[in-house]
Design a protein around this ligand. Structure first.
Ligand SMILES: [Zn+2]
Length: 240
């Protein structure tokens, strides 16, 4: 920061240009964590919204031993990044649920909380910070875009975050989430075919038709309503 250093009249530049140097996260330790079970390593990244009024309120809660909840990271609406649990450790953010037939998502994932009430858009500063953080985590643990999921994806009917205002398409375009299929859907849309596609996309939790449809729509067509349509199948078809 500030003045460059001069050595024998030659300016010494820092090794990393400041324009691409990500600001270091603010370490704010949470006591709410344990070891990952069965030697598991992170293969998923689960995105959440805090559903609280401020990042400070969320930070307090995520670090309060009474509440027994946590996440590895919290990103404020202004882009501030807090790091609360080491990535090696098992944070307590996912709870009961399933993704791609796998349970104990806490042992398999990194949790990122986004400061948002669930009722307003996510700020660009916050999205940019997320887009800066995701590739770093994905690189460290060899997590593919397919492994970046929402809490509602793995806990359908029980959780609804990061919610209908989260811009999944933006992440997909940046290869930070699995791309959606764009093939023409079938002309009719039988529920059993929808289920098979949803299951192969990762939505494996055992829930009723309506709950499954709501969860898949939250991810791909958040403002869709009414009965199953062929458009609900399209995002889960193979990408052409
Ligand atoms: Zn959540």
């Amino acid at each position: 920061m500030g003045m460059g250093m001069h050595v024998a009249g030659i300016q010494v530049h820092s090794a990393v240009p400041s324009t691409t140097d990500p600001q270091a996260p603010i370490w704010h330790a949470s006591p709410n964590y344990g070891p990952r079970r069965d030697g598991l390593k992170p293969s998923l990244i689960v995105l959440h919204y805090t559903a609280m009024n401020s990042a400070q309120e969320a930070l307090d809660r995520l670090c309060d031993p009474v509440h027994e909840v946590s996440a590895h990271y919290l990103i404020g609406g202004d882009g501030t990044l807090w790091h609360m649990v080491r990535e090696e450790d098992r944070a307590w953010h996912a709870g009961a649920g399933e993704w791609s037939g796998q349970k104990d998502i806490n042992s398999r994932s990194i949790g990122i909380e986004l400061d948002n009430t669930g009722r307003h858009p996510f700020s660009d500063l916050q999205m940019r910070r997320l887009e800066q953080l995701l590739p770093q985590i994905m690189h460290r643990w060899s997590i593919r875009p397919y492994g970046v999921i929402g809490h509602s994806d793995m806990a359908p009917g029980r959780k609804f975050d990061p919610g209908p205002r989260f811009d999944w398409l933006r992440l997909e375009r940046n290869k930070l989430a699995a791309p959606r299929g764009q093939n023409d859907g079938p002309l009719d849309a039988p529920m059993d075919q929808f289920r098979i596609l949803a299951q192969s996309a990762g939505f494996s939790a055992d829930v009723d038709d309506e709950t499954l449809l709501s969860a898949v729509r939250l991810r791909y067509r958040p403002w869709a309503t009414g009965p199953l349509q062929s458009a609900d199948l399209v995002p889960m078809t193979a990408r052409s």
